[in-house]
Design a protein around this ligand. Structure first.
Ligand SMILES: [Zn+2]
Length: 194
């Protein structure tokens, strides 16, 4: 669709087939790190602070929210759909394929089927201690890194893993915060510069 006026009545609710993830409708906390300077680049990467996912991933997120709630947790989202232009900016800052997808190949975030997140304790509102912050690019971020304490490794990260596997996502071995749909690369890259 080339005429942007045709989308003006619902600009955020069906953008390129993506689902708009809102705190109210999905009962999550949204804290998009690339819409602010609190990320590894120190720069604002996104031109917006809106959160989107592919419909299948959005459906799985709804399941994850329910599973987390039953365990006493709330989901906090750090990143979801990532426009290709943003992926290119990240690659310029960090051309390390262990942590950032080469934009010529494409990120599963740009397919709308990947999500970065953590768990909040519903009683205290505090993030569970996962041992590192979001986007810490070293071995401590590896999901099953053994050098962290029992509370972090065997309890908190495993709680997140339990929630997300139950909901239908798969984990990323080098990033405890990253989950995506199985067979993520079978989904098309979404050409939407939101
Ligand atoms: Zn990610």
């Amino acid at each position: 669709m080339t005429n942007s006026n045709e989308k003006s009545t619902a600009p955020f609710f069906d953008h390129a087939g993506l689902v708009h993830i809102t705190e109210k409708e999905f009962d999550v906390v949204i804290d998009l790190k690339y819409a602010q300077t609190d990320n590894f680049t120190g720069q604002v990467i996104y031109l917006h602070d809106q959160c989107f996912l592919h419909p299948i991933a959005a459906n799985a997120l709804q399941k994850a929210v329910k599973v987390a709630k039953n365990l006493g947790y709330k989901i906090k989202v750090f990143d979801a759909f990532r426009p290709q232009s943003a992926q290119e900016r990240l690659w310029q800052v960090c051309p390390n394929p262990d942590y950032v997808a080469d934009p010529t190949i494409g990120s599963n975030h740009t397919r709308g089927v990947a999500i970065d997140l953590t768990l909040l304790d519903m009683t205290t509102g505090e993030e569970l201690d996962m041992g590192t912050g979001f986007d810490t690019m070293d071995v401590r971020s590896h999901h099953f890194y053994l050098g962290l304490g029992q509370e972090i490794m065997q309890i908190n990260r495993m709680r997140l893993l339990t929630v997300m596997l139950t909901a239908g996502f798969v984990h990323h071995p080098r990033e405890w915060w990253h989950y995506q749909l199985p067979h993520a690369t079978s989904f098309d890259l979404v050409n939407a510069d939101i």
